[in-house]
Write a protein that binds this ligand. Sequence first.
Ligand code: ATP
Ligand code: MG
Length: 334
Amino acid sequence: MGEVFAGRYELLDQVASGGMGTIWRVLDRADGGLKAAKILSQSDAGSLLRFVREQSVRIDHTHVVTPLSWAGVDDRVLFTMPLVRGGSVADLLKEHGPLPPRWVALLTDQLLQALEAVHAAGIVHRDVKPGNLLLEPTGTGAPHLRLTDFGIAAPVDQPRMTRGTQAIGTPGYMPPEQWRGADPDPSADLYAVGRVALEMLLGRRPVDDEPVPEPLGASTTDRLLGLVRDATRPDPADRPASATAMRARLADLVVLPPTPDERVVTVPDRFPTAAPPPPPYRPLAPTAPHPASATLAFRPPPPVPAALPSAVPGLVLVLVGLLGLALATWLLLG
Ligand SMILES: Nc1ncnc2c1ncn2[C@@H]1O[C@H](COP(=O)(O)OP(=O)(O)OP(=O)(O)O)[C@@H](O)[C@H]1O
Ligand SMILES: [Mg+2]
C-alpha cells in the first residue's frame, strides 16, 4: 500500500513531474474515487502562494480541469482534481506527429471555449502549451480537451504576485509583451493558442521566431494558418479581439466530417482499470464428500461373474436328473 497523505489520499503512482511539483494518481478514501493530485515540491512563500491561487481557480466548465480539494501535512501540501485519463496534447504530438487539420480545428476550438470561460472569470491563464492541455480517453472518436495548470494564472485587474524572478510563462508560447513584463491580458493567451495550433499542424515545436507558412489557398490548413498568423501578431492590438472572435473563424471547420484519407488519431486510456483480482481461495465446504468416498460412492457394482447365468440352468438340470434317478430307483426297488 502506498503512503496515505493526511489520512485520506492514498498515493498510488506518480503520473508526471512538472516545474511546480509532482502529479500523482491517488485513491480518495473519503469517497473511494481515483483522482489526480499535485504535490508541491517546495514550500517557500512564492510556491505556496502559487499553490493557493492555483487550487482556488475553480471554473466549472467541460473544457477546464477544476481543483476539488486540498490538504496539508507539516510543510507538504497537495490539491486534488479529476484524473484525466488520455494524457496531454504534448503526448499526442509525440505519438502522432502532425495532427489532421480537422483535429487541429477541433482542439483549438475547445481550447478557445475554455479560455472564453477563464477570461469571463477575469483571469488570464498565461501558460497555454501542449503539456497543459489534457485529453479525455476518447479512443478514435472526436477529441475532448481540458485546460489545466493555473499555476501562473493572474487576475486581469489585480496586482500580480508573480512579478520578479519567478517564471511568468514558457518560452515559445509567450508573446513579446509578456517577456517585457506587461500586465496580464487575455490577448496573451490568444497568442499562445496560435503557437499551439501551429505546433499541432507542424507536429513539432516551432522554433522561436519561425515564420508562419504563408496560406496559399482556402483549405482547412490554409484557414488555420491564417488564424495562427493573426493570433501571433507581435502587437496585441492586431490580434483577434477575443477567444469568441477566434472561434467564429473556426465555426465551419469544426463541423466538417472526416475526409476519407484522414489519418486515424487515437487518444488511449492511459490508466486502464486493472484486471479484477482473482477470487479469494476458499477450502471445500465441510459437507462436500471426501474425494476418496466420492470415488467409492460412484464405484460401479462388481461385475457379475460371467459363468453364473450359464451355471443356473445346468444346476437345475442336475437336480432334475437326480430327482429322476431317485424316482426310477424307488420304482424299480419298490
Ligand atoms: N488531472 C490530471 N490528470 C491526469 N494527468 C495530469 C493531470 N494534471 C496533470 N497531469 C499530468 O502532469 C503533467 C504536469 O502537470 P502540470 O502542468 O499541472 O504540472 P506543473 O508542475 O505545472 O508542470 P509544468 O511546470 O511542466 O507545466 C501534465 O502534462 C499531465 O501529463
Ligand atoms: Mg504544466
